[in-house]
Design a protein around this ligand. Structure first.
Ligand code: NAG
Ligand code: NAG
Length: 404
């Protein structure tokens, strides 16, 4: 049971990978520098498909060294003269590889490059294609002392500043899932949102209190997050025996976990199950136990706020008893936003998306796909027709401005 649970868990959360595109011939591959494991994402996945790919590193204010890959098309150019930068922000337990997992005409990273965009691939702290920390090692507990809050306030800030300095342009953002949580939190901060031209959010999440994912709700109710903390764990590694056993007990007796992918993400209409083994050859990317705690706090309390340390420590940390909320109404009305959400998404529930929309001052373009589950927004075999075409049209309608 444990191994089948792990298998499905990894499938659901962590469709990450390295090389499997044997059909992609090596093209104009240029590698400037790369400190990543196995030579980096450019060399492993993007370059072999014929795309120009350069490895970059952005350093956060708290010392993390984030991998950024800059991708442009070596094959096609279906579009515009100018090449506005687009930053891609992956979801939980994923890395920048998430945008390149299927064939070049199905994967958003390749599609945007083919349409003439200057594609920048984000990799948050702790993931495989990032480069660690200037002084901490991943064996230190301080290395894992963060949640999506730091990804929003430090990682996204560092990525945008870096791209901004290289291109002298404001940046388009595309986020999926956790990538939308960090975006929406960061857009409430004037110094960060000023670097953004427009944003496209796939399965947008700020509130999480209506999730219907049975397995996730079981893990919340059995306090998996607290249990991991009590066990002294700081890194969240889906491959660990402890986590596998805990997921296992959430399934046994309580829940029919025969279709785990659906019990976590909702039913995905257009997921290609014959690619599963290919995805599963590769390990999931790590995250932190504190990040899981923060996400579970959102589910339990229905808030979109900073990390809750408990009354006493909140007072020290924030000068108030409760953690300050991220106020969505502070996102400038002038920021163009596009959102796509699904009727079968068990993590990005329709009620929670409505809640987010209600608090925004602006009226984003919203695309609702009745039959889409959480993973479809990334891996649907129909994603280009259903989603990406529309997203590209939205970006084109926004134009670009140069920032000083
Ligand atoms: C996508 O590319 C593959 C080859 O890589 C090709 O066989 C297929 O027809 C293409 N599909 C579309 C919709 O263009
Ligand atoms: C599904 O994946 C298989 C195996 O990679 C591939 O041959 C097939 O073309 C894919 N189907 C679609 C609709 O993309």
């Amino acid at each position: 049971m444990a191994s089948s649970v792990l298998r499905a868990l990894m499938l659901a959360f962590a469709l990450s990978l390295c090389i499997f595109f044997a059909e992609c011939s090596t093209g104009d591959l240029i590698i400037e520098h790369s400190q990543s494991v196995d030579g980096g994402l450019c060399r492993n996945l993007i370059g072999p498909c014929g795309y120009t790919c350069l490895e970059h590193t952005a350093q956060t204010k708290d010392g993390f060294l984030l991998g950024l890959q800059r991708v442009s098309s070596g094959i096609l150019n279906l579009g515009v003269q100018t090449a506005p930068p687009v930053l891609l922000l992956h979801g939980l337990f994923m890395g920048g590889d998430a945008w390149f997992m299927d064939s070049p005409n199905q994967s958003l990273g390749f599609i945007l490059a083919d349409h003439g965009f200057d594609v920048w691939v984000g990799n948050v702290r702790g993931t495989k294609w990032s480069h660690g920390h200037e002084s901490l090692s991943d064996g230190d507990k301080e290395f894992w002392d963060w949640s999506w809050e730091e990804m929003a306030l430090y990682d996204l800030e560092a990525m945008l500043s870096y791209i901004n300095s290289k291109t002298s342009s404001k940046v388009f953002i595309v986020g999926h899932s956790q990538g939308t949580i960090m975006s929406l939190a960061a857009f409430t901060q004037p110094d960060i949102v000023n670097m953004v031209e427009a944003a496209a959010l796939l399965s947008p999440i700020s509130y999480l209190d209506h999730i219907t994912s049975k397995l996730v709700l079981n893990l919340v109710h059995m306090y998996l997050d607290e249990a991991l903390g009590l066990l002294g764990l700081h890194q969240l590694n889906l491959k660990s025996d402890i986590l596998t056993n805990m997921i296992d007990s959430a399934c046994d007796g309580h829940l029919d976990c025969s279709d785990l992918l659906a019990s976590i993400t909702g039913v995905n209409c257009c997921f290609n199950s014959s690619r599963v083994d290919v995805y599963l050859e590769y390990e999931p990317h790590p995250s932190s136990v504190k990040n899981l705690k923060h996400l579970f706090q959102m589910i339990r309390k229905g808030t979109f706020a900073r990390y809750d340390y408990g009354t006493l420590k909140n007072l020290v940390q924030y000068g108030q008893l409760k953690p300050p909320a991220f106020d969505l109404s502070k996102i400038p009305k002038s920021l163009p936003m596009w959102m796509a959400h699904g009727g079968n998404d068990a993590l990005g529930d329709v009620i929670d998306v409505q809640h987010t929309l209600k608090e925004l001052k602006s009226k984003p373009n919203v695309l609702f796909l009745e039959d889409y589950g959480h993973i479809d927004f990334l891996l649907s075999t129909r994603a280009y027709e259903d989603l990406y075409d529309n997203m590209i049209e939205f970006f084109r309608s926004c134009g670009t401005s140069t920032s000083s």
